[in-house]
Design a protein around this ligand. Structure first.
Ligand SMILES: [Zn+2]
Length: 421
């Protein structure tokens, strides 16, 4: 069994490595010469499903249910709890050279992580987002005219009033959830009807974690969200403190196929509790941004931590409306929220993948659920159909069937069958 898993890891890592080696060299033509459609090798095609099978059938919140997760608030998360499939995938990515071997900085309380002397984290090969290095795969800005609606650190006891407000206003939001908070507040989690993405298990400075620790931080958060949502696999994450670098990005991307969402304005609402700012000061900042230029659009760092942080959003929302912004659940600015489902109510399909084909959504003011219109070529395609679509073909949006499967799909089927926890 383990050999099969290992082989599959290497096989999938090969596809990804092939993709990666071309991505920065040539946008598409080099691969087209090989007769493959350019979408075939997009990193979003990762065979993620084999890592997250629905695995916790116990009643959510019960002791039996909680026992399926590592209940720790302080990292490291015990490595003995890490599913072998995740470890195998990490090892496969490491062996393929996909995970940069850069220094792990030292954590210093209330300071930025400290890299060794002589290494510049604001540059390649480190490219730390703490030091404002932006990788092209990150999302920092919203499209012009849009405000991304999103909140970090939930679910908490302050969340329900926010959720009620969002519902009243018919607003969809992205909640970057902390895994341990999800385990602690499953009933509040259930009230978050909007999209749910990853804010790590215990909220560490991720660059200070080693590779296997990163694996657990990402993996368990995806696992609990998936377990509580009928198997939906998140496709986006936000780094706590905005702290990520090329090593962290690579594990997010190549093991879990997560894309990083940053922000372009920090409300600093999270410092109210430390008396470093006040709610009126937070609201003054947000008001200024809402009244300011519409290019780029706004992704504001806001939290569902306390009643005050939630008020910062709710109190200023009329100003957003008065200034004619379009709103969008943050991750909908870029694509669908889940790897294997359109939203919180559509069926989960273990065979379908979302593929990022258009980074900038087209505004659709007539849409009832305040989401952007899908990219022109369609947002959902199957792996097999993408590969069969031809170099210039438009992938079908229909669902998979046995007759459309190519030989390239076979490893993924085997992977599904060989999953072990
Ligand atoms: Zn946070």
């Amino acid at each position: 069994m383990s050999l099969v898993v290992r082989i599959l890891s290497v096989v999938s890592a090969f596809f990804i490595a092939f993709a990666h080696s071309h991505k920065h060299v040539d946008g598409s033509s080099e691969v087209r010469q090989g007769g493959l459609p350019d979408t075939w090798y997009h990193p979003a095609d990762h065979p993620i499903h084999r890592l997250f099978q629905r695995s916790n059938p116990n009643p959510p919140g019960s002791p039996e249910w909680m026992a399926q997760y590592p209940l720790v608030w302080q990292p490291p998360i015990p490595e003995s709890a890490t599913p072998k499939a995740w470890l195998d995938s990490l090892i496969g990515a490491e062996e393929m050279g996909l995970i940069p071997n850069i220094s792990i900085p030292i954590a210093i309380p209330n300071e930025n992580p400290q890299y060794p002397q002589g290494e510049d984290p604001s540059q390649e090969p480190i490219c730390s987002s703490t030091f404002q290095c932006r990788d092209p795969s990150d999302h920092w800005d919203a499209p012009d005219g849009f405000v991304g609606i999103g909140f970090d650190d939930g679910p908490t006891p302050a969340s329900p009033q926010l959720y009620s407000f969002l519902q009243q206003q018919k607003l969809k939001a992205t909640h970057f959830m902390i895994g341990m908070n999800v385990v602690s507040y499953t009933q509040i989690f259930d009230q978050a009807f909007s999209v749910l993405n990853v804010h790590t298990w215990t909220h560490p400075q991720m660059t200070t974690q080693n590779n296997t620790q990163l694996l657990a931080q990402f993996g368990w958060t995806i696992q609990v969200i998936s377990d509580l949502t009928g198997g939906r696999v998140p496709r986006y994450w936000r780094p706590p403190y905005g702290d990520s670098d090329n090593r962290v990005r690579a594990i997010a991307k190549y093991v879990f196929n997560l894309t990083q969402i940053d922000w372009n304005h920090d409300s600093e609402d999270w410092t109210i509790a430390d008396n470093k700012t006040t709610l009126p000061a937070v609201e003054a900042s947000i008001t200024e941004w809402y009244k300011g230029p519409k290019s780029p659009g706004l992704i504001i760092l806001e939290h569902e931590l306390t009643n005050e942080t939630v008020s910062g959003f709710m109190d200023t929302y009329p100003i957003l409306l008065a200034n004619n912004w379009q709103t969008q659940s943050t991750v909908r600015l870029f694509d669908g929220p889940y790897r294997n489902a359109q939203n919180n109510t559509d069926a989960v399909s273990s065979m379908d993948f979302f593929i990022s084909r258009s980074p900038t959504p087209t505004a659709d003011p007539t849409s009832g659920d305040n989401r952007a219109a899908p990219p022109p070529s369609g947002t959902i395609v199957t792996v097999a159909e993408t590969r069969l679509a031809g170099a210039s073909g438009t992938p079908s949006t229909s669902h998979n069937s046995a007759s459309t499967l190519s030989r390239f799909s076979i490893p993924f089927f085997l992977a599904l069958g060989s999953h072990e926890q």
